[in-house]
Write a protein that binds this ligand. Structure first.
Ligand code: 5GP
Length: 194
């Protein structure tokens, strides 16, 4: 597989679920933990889901060159800490970034050999249903995310591959194929057949 993979796709498309299933099955992949100025959602743990920073702390890190890329999304700042990505690549670990469009464009310039994958929903109506159904965002945040989703969906042609996330199992198998991962590395329970 490419050593650096970027996964991008509109908010609510199910990137998070897909990525966590991928990591369960392929423990060699290292997922970058981003920094954000967004407030934690219920259940999110600092240092695991994100590094939750104040705007001042985030901007300080920008000025210090600490981010590989960063962008503003729906009113909050998000960035990939540079050093851990470089360290894992130096160690030969495959690195995965799950980031929005502007960040993907920046990484495309720094890592032109990276593999960039776009994940899209079966339809816009389905995406809207998922974002609203999540119940974690205010109406204002939801409409910002839907506006942003339209912009992101228009950019799918910039990516090396596009994956439709309808059925999770099918999407996971397709993701493994695109990332050239061996599906037999699965760590889950045996199928039950003798
Ligand atoms: P959420 O607030 O739903 O966790 O994330 C909002 C968006 O920010 C998602 O599209 C997610 O992929 C993106 N994102 C998360 N971390 C980063 C990052 O480090 N850099 C950039 N550019 N986008 C990020």
């Amino acid at each position: 597989m490419a050593r650096l993979t970027v996964i991008t796709g509109p908010s609510g498309v199910g990137k998070g679920t897909l990525v966590s299933r991928l990591l369960e099955r392929h423990g060699q992949i290292w997922l970058s933990v981003s920094a954000t100025t967004r407030a934690p959602r219920a259940g999110e743990v600092d240092g695991e889901s994100y590094f939750f920073l104040s705007r001042e702390a985030f901007e300080r890190q920008v000025r210090a060159g600490g981010f590989l890329e960063w962008a503003e999304f729906a009113g909050n700042l998000y960035g990939t800490p540079r050093r851990p990505v470089e360290q894992h690549l130096e160690q030969g670990r495959p690195v995965l970034l799950e980031i929005e469009l502007e960040g993907a464009r920046q990484v495309r310039r720094t890592f032109p050999a990276g593999f960039q994958l776009f994940i899209k929903p079966p339809s816009f109506a389905e995406l809207e249903r998922r974002i609203r159904g999540r119940g974690t965002d205010s109406d204002g945040a939801i409409s910002k995310r839907l506006d942003r989703a339209r912009v992101e969906l228009a950019a799918e042609g910039e990516f090396d591959a596009v994956l439709v996330n309808g059925d999770l199992q099918l999407a996971l198998a397709e993701l493994e194929r695109l990332m050239q991962l061996d599906a037999r590395q699965q760590k889950g329970p045996p199928s039950g057949r003798p």
